[in-house]
Write a protein that binds this ligand. Sequence first.
Ligand code: WTA
Length: 648
Amino acid sequence: MSDKIYDVPAAWAQRAYLDDHGYRAKYEASVRDPEGFWAEEGKRIDWFEPYTRVKNTSYDPGHVSIKWFEDGVTNVAWNCIDRHLDARGDQVAIIWEGDDPSESRLITYNELHDQVCRFANVLRNRNVEKGDRVTIYMPMIPEAAYAMLACARLGAVHSVVFGGFSPDSLAGRVRDCGSRVIITADEGLRGGRKVPLKANVDAAIAKAPDAEVDHVIVVKRTGGTIDMTPGRDVWYHEAADLVTSECPATPMNAEDPLFILYTSGSTGSPKGVLHTTGGYLVYAAMTHHYVFDYHEGDVYWCTADIGWVTGHSYILYGPLANGATTLMFEGVPNYPSNSRFWEVIDKHKVNIFYTAPTAIRALMQGGDAPVLKTSRASLRLLGSVGEPINPEAWEWYYRVVGEERCPVVDTWWQTETGGILITPLPGATRLKPGSATRPFFGVIPQVVDAEGNVLEGACEGNLVIADSWPGQMRTVYGDHERFMQTYFSTYPGKYFTGDGCRRDADGYYWITGRVDDVINVSGHRMGTAEVESALVAHPKVSEAAVVGYPHDIKGQGIYAYVTLMAGVEPTEELRKELVGWVRREIGPIASPDLIQFAPGLPKTRSGKIMRRILRKIAEDEYGNLGDTSTLADPAVVQDLISQRQNKK
Ligand code: WTA
């Protein structure tokens, strides 16, 4: 924990929407009278029919129900595009920067309108209607944004699957939400390497014969050779030639679903997090406005992938609802060189830059020179998201990248929360490196102990949120019981985040990381159970237990303890084979960093694996193993320690 404090820079105090006093007053109002507060804030988007009811939410055990603006009628695509056309039709909506630095495109709001309408008509011609689910498995190209907005325009529910997921993972997600249409590209391009997206879609469909996919729409990105199945597959550019660029926006109830996004939890298969229309958009737009202090004309860049919630809320929906210019980047931070981020900032005169700690740590390892050879004069604000940022990385980001003139907003939130919940506001909040600082408007964080007692003042415990905010997820797609069980049963009557945190004497929050069986690898959420079930699916593996361990760049790495079938030799070759196996089963982000072959795992007498002990061994903290006397075979622990794999 760093005890440094950075004051709000003078220039920021002048220009920002809110100073500290403004923040406190507005926060106070938001929790004193949520109805009145959100009745006003809801007006930041346009409604076809205004709402008369604002908040209708219950966290009651067994009856969790969340509705905001429930009788309002609107359309997300209309708010992100059409309503801006009179005032800013010729303003750039999306700056697209390709993987190769010689490729970029500027898309105005007028062009965005044409493209999205065209895409919507292509979907309409394939009988996509309001409420239908559409899976999007795309690289970071403008067509990914068009496809999402086209779904929103028609009222179809998009489910974006990150392009790094395997055919198996894709198949599971297509099947779970029953989508009959998949939108993809021939290949993706990242860091000069091709990603076989269409081939993965083919493999996914082959793996899920019950999935009933009628149409695969393929955007041409690289021109690489792919197979097209006649009757099922169609090139997007050919289909788009046959339709007009006129398409009305479907009136949507505020509580009609907007999208599903699958995310990992502690148990079972990934959950389909469901977000709806009105509250989500109000919250995404409002947080984007205040947290990034977005002003007319600013160029804003969030480096996330559209396959994660950060891409949904802060590349697409929040910025476009605000009529912003948002940059979409196809590539990676270190291609063609470690200066790429900073070169893109100079090329497009980026003012606001939002990235992840893992990228900052990786670039920091390359030293200051790749940063210093660029100007970054346009930069005014820096943001961080996805995992706790260690004070060293924070300081480097602030000092070297931002030259001590750009505040760093460390934003804490989750797929489930739809938008940012705990964050500094650049003109209002004194910064402490490593702290996400204070709650956003309408958000009531509490710190509780294991028994659920609410702790006061400076304390440490689990982070819960006491009442609903408009951007909150509404359910797990197709499984409301699981939704209530996962988030509202640990501490009845409160939303449990799964994160641990500390609150200091100034009321600042310091997120310490997940307290459940979720690991955060380079800002990507991975359920240990998912990796374990991939491992045990291998014919030579009898049992597996997966935990996280501290990793210099990734934040957390994946440590797998594997027990082999009787008679199987533990070889280096098998270790590699298992890593490749998990990559193929789930995707490269799930690759175990370390695999330890363990003849036995520490278990209680009732046969439960004691993960606490495995975590300690992976973390290299043997001194503190706790009580091992309840183990069925305490000798196992010494064995594991002596065989421990070294980090690197
Ligand atoms: C972690 C990403 C500390 C946290 C938006 C959370 C963070 C999980 C921060 C959600 C932060 C995200 N500081 N931890 N600023 N931001 N996290 O669903 O553990 O991919 O529960 O959403 O990331 O990850 P998700």
